[in-house]
Design a protein around this ligand. Structure first.
Ligand SMILES: [Ca+2]
Length: 176
């Protein structure tokens, strides 16, 4: 009888140790698992500053007018503007690689100058870990151009702005 109790105690402690180690290794595995990409893709390479950039710009707000399509946001022409005919703009700019930008100039034109237009805006960047980080944020710009400085490489941008009253647009997103 005494032996049985002793055997049971050993058996019980072995089982408990196995269960504990399974739980610990599961927790450690979860912690070391790579993050899921929120934007871009994981493992993008950072390219040198001199690398020529090709921006592919798409609107995440449905566009009603092809003459003011998303591509006009990054066509390097300050006369043309992207304007989805909506109270909101939400543009995704894709660069394919991680680029060490220094700053962005958001050229709002009249949409930043008069307070019936943009009331809130945000610029996000896709970082090395493929996560969105906020690069800039503001309420009514009160200016035609807003400059946003950046000190991390990003592979994508997302420019959002909204108005409560009138449709808004953006003339250009310049980067250097
Ligand atoms: Ca333009």
């Amino acid at each position: 009888m005494k032996l049985n109790n002793y055997t049971f105690a050993i058996f019980f402690s072995v089982v408990a140790a196995i269960i504990t180690s399974i739980i610990i290794s599961k927790i450690m595995m979860e912690q070391s698992m790579p993050q899921t990409a929120q934007c871009g893709t994981l493992g993008r390479e950072e390219v040198p500053y001199e690398t020529p950039l090709h921006a592919k710009t798409t609107s995440l707000v449905q566009e009603m007018e092809p003459r003011t399509a998303a591509s006009y946001l990054t066509d390097k022409n300050l006369e043309t503007f992207a304007y989805p005919q909506s109270l909101q703009v939400d543009y995704l700019i894709e660069f394919s690689q991680l680029y060490p930008f220094r700053s962005f100039d958001i050229v709002w034109g009249e949409y930043g100058k008069t307070d019936n237009y943009i009331q809130e805006w945000e610029l996000l960047g896709c970082n090395r870990d493929a996560q969105w980080v906020q690069l800039g944020y503001g309420l009514f710009p009160g200016e035609e151009i807003t400059t946003v400085s950046v000190d991390i490489p990003v592979s994508q941008l997302r420019l959002k702005a909204s108005s409560a009253k009138d449709w808004i647009g953006v003339y250009e997103l310049e980067f250097e």
